[in-house]
Design a protein around this ligand. Structure first.
Ligand code: HEC
Length: 182
């Protein structure tokens, strides 16, 4: 009887241990939410995992060598500031700009009388502006990052261009180009 109980205890222990090992294996396989080495140079800005679920602020299209179509999304803090007209944007505001190749769609054009349909093709890069006035006092409170295929662009020269260009705006704009599209 005693022996049977001990065997039962050992079996339960083995089961619990293997369950723990399984959990460990799953956790080890899952990639970290933000890899320490995936931050932008200079500003150390990381692309938040949830950015693709943020809300739409507006869209834009660049011709010329960029030839892309873009969507500008914001986290809750940024979108609330937009809707209330709060400037400067409060700390914690994050604005992301997604871009894709701008290309004609033969598939869509087939249903129209003339070729007229343009759509998003392959993604080009994602640019992110993060407001933290204490951390980034010399760049209007904004930290910048660029990401290609989810990886931070490592060349510091690229993120140096961000504020160099955005700072050409008047300070009242808080160095943000995009207006909220109703
Ligand atoms: C030559 C000027 C220029 C440079 C350099 C530049 N931007 Fe911008 N940025 C713009 C303009 C113009 C817009 C609005 C139109 C658009 O999206 O095409 C914009 C829009 C954005 C937006 C959407 C919010 C906003 O401010 O309108 C983000 C986010 C952004 N840029 C981040 C960056 C980051 C990060 C970098 C550097 C890696 C960068 N930008 C470099 C001109 C620039």
């Amino acid at each position: 009887m005693k022996r049977a109980r001990r065997a039962d205890t050992i079996a339960k222990f083995a089961l619990a241990t293997s369950a723990l090992l399984c959990v460990g294996a799953v956790a080890a396989r899952r990639p970290p939410v933000e890899k320490a080495d995936n931050a932008s140079p200079i500003f150390h800005v990381r692309l938040p995992k949830a950015y693709r679920d943020w809300q739409l602020i507006s869209v834009a299209q660049e011709n010329g060598s960029l030839n892309d179509i873009r969507a500008i999304l914001g986290n809750r803090t940024a979108v609330e500031a937009y809707r209330r007209g709060t400037r400067p944007f409060p700390d914690g505001s994050k604005i992301v700009r997604l871009a894709w190749r701008y290309q004609s769609s033969a598939r869509n054009d087939a249903v129209f009388p003339t070729p007229q349909s343009f759509v998003a093709g392959a993604p080009t890069n994602v640019q992110l502006s993060v407001k933290n006035s204490k951390r980034y006092p010399t760049t209007g409170g904004w930290g910048y990052g660029q990401f290609e295929g989810g990886k931070a662009t490592a060349d510091p020269a690229v993120v140096r261009t961000c504020f160099a260009c955005h700072s050409k705006l008047e300070p009242a704009s808080d160095y943000v180009f995009t207006s909220y599209s109703e």
